[in-house]
Design a protein. Structure first.
Lengths: 387, 90
């Protein structure tokens, strides 16, 4: 084991290479660029010996990964914002073809106007593609999650691609220390891929042919069942990881000060990490509040949300907005609670366009929700008309 | 033949894996066996594998899968295959 002090992207590159993917196909885009640059460095140093394909667009990056994965290779790629959007068609393809591709997406604003800061609307827009979605809040968590994600994606009960998300710059370009296990330890945890199916001249199959209405629904149902299986498997893999490496970032949720909480704040990614400071401060003021940082957005952990709703009032901060509706997390949390709990849920939209969400603002949002002084059940934080 | 234990759009090679695909044919290749010189050009060029080659190198057309593209009639040197509208008298 060693300690590496570096940015989220370089630590993600390290993890990706240590997972020994046979193929990486990627196209650079800010703020993901240093991740693929990191992998290129490992090609140069000889540490990465797989096939590294520089393609001409993100659409091609995903299709190259699809081809490689169909041929039975472990594959990795990374992108951000508009790159992810350009992949959209192929994201559906990868999931329907049941390919265990692992991808990092650095959450970045969608233009216009042009902006490279943190915002989750890029990945939230991919929520119906069939990909599993994980949100990370530290460099160590990124490293551990990438390795675990290959194990998750390749499990015979899952066989779906995984999207690992973290915030532009706040995480991607911020240096933090991370423990890096030895390669042998990683190999021990993550054996070589044994694909669930592949294109193989000795055992020929055709893939992606015409399919009648009678069979198509079965494909969708099988994907849905596989995502439900992941609800059970994610905590198991997290526990196995903890047993071997002594770290656990939470499985579906990371819970902080939740035991006796009367209010629980739910947030994701970097806002989730920042929220811990707000929780400590609010506790000092005598408010019994806890934090549940949502790590897994797909599959959506409905049972755990219901348990939280039965315990406490919920406060949700979304760094995304489904225009014309609500924040995605807020929306899905209420949907999970339907007929199961009458918990009050207050939603906030905050930090769009990379606007900073410091712990002071998180405290203000929590207090506003607790005091019940809100005009609407969802508030755009900082907008006078919503106050 | 290896079969995979996964629900995906995988099909395994067998005759008619996609069902009978010759149902929308407009032109029907008709073989005059008396003119055939067993050169097998039709068998080589048929894009759908719908020409059956017998042991003595005579050929038959499988109308379950033939889509009536006319390649066989085009490559036939002796004009043993002609294309006729499906609604014409066979």
């Amino acid at each position: 084991m060693s300690v590496m002090i570096n940015t989220g992207n370089y630590i993600a590159a390290k993890a990706a290479v240590m997972a020994r993917p046979q193929v990486v196909a990627a196209y650079p885009i800010t703020p993901q660029t240093t991740l693929v640059e990191g992998i290129a460095n490992y090609v140069e140093s000889g540490e990465y010996t797989g096939e590294y394909i520089c393609v001409e667009s993100e659409h091609s990056a995903m299709t190259a990964c699809i081809g490689a994965s169909e041929a039975g290779s472990r594959t990795f790629t990374a992108t951000s914002s508009h790159g992810l959007l350009l992949m959209h068609e192929m994201l559906h393809w990868a999931a329907l073809a049941r390919l265990p591709i692992v991808m990092c997406n650095i959450n970045r604003v969608i233009g216009p106007g042009w902006n490279i800061w943190s915002d989750q609307n890029d990945s939230i827009a991919q929520r119906d593609t069939g990909w599993l979605q994980i949100y990370c809040s530290s460099n160590q968590e990124i490293f551990d999650t990438i390795i675990q994600s290959f194990k998750l994606a390749e499990n015979k009960k899952i066989v779906l691609p995984v999207l690992i998300n973290y915030d532009a710059f706040i995480i991607s370009h911020t240096s933090m220390p991370a423990y890096i296990p030895d390669q042998e330890e990683i190999d021990d945890f993550l054996p070589p891929l044994n694909p669930a199916w592949k294109l193989d001249v000795d055992n020929p199959v055709a893939h992606g042919t015409l399919i009648g209405t009678k069979y198509y629904e079965k494909l969708r149902r099988a994907m849905h069942d596989a995502q439900q299986n992941a609800i059970k498997l994610i905590p198991k893999i997290a526990k196995d990881w903890e047993k071997q490496f002594g770290r656990n970032h939470g499985d579906l949720f990371e819970k902080y000060q939740c035991e006796d909480a009367e209010y629980i704040l739910i947030s994701m990614a970097a806002i989730g990490a920042e929220s811990k400071v707000a929780i400590d401060n609010l506790r000092k003021q005598g408010i019994k509040i806890g934090l549940a940082r949502l790590r897994i957005f797909r599959p959506f952990p409905s049972e755990e949300v219901i348990a939280l709703g039965k315990q406490a009032e919920l406060i949700v901060i979304d760094r995304n907005i489904s225009i014309g509706s609500e924040g995605a997390m807020f929306n899905e949390i209420k949907s999970a609670l339907y007929q199961q709990s009458d918990a009050k849920v207050t939603g906030f939209i905050a930090g769009l366009g990379g606007k900073d969400v410091p712990y002071g603002d998180i405290e203000k949002m929590c207090k506003k929700a607790i005091q019940g002084k809100t005009k609407n059940h969802q508030i755009w934080f900082g907008f006078k008309e919503d106050d | 033949m290896k079969k995979y234990d996964i629900t995906s759009c995988i099909s395994y090679p067998e005759e008619g894996a996609m069902g009978k695909t010759g149902s929308w044919r407009v032109f029907r290749p008709t073989l005059d066996i008396k003119k055939c010189v067993k050169c097998l050009r039709c068998w080589i060029f048929c894009p759908e594998g719908s020409i059956k080659r017998n042991k003595d190198d005579t050929v038959e057309i499988n109308y379950d899968y033939c889509k009536g593209c006319g390649v066989c009639a085009n490559v036939c040197k002796v004009k043993a295959i002609t294309m006729k509208r499906e609604n014409e008298k066979k």
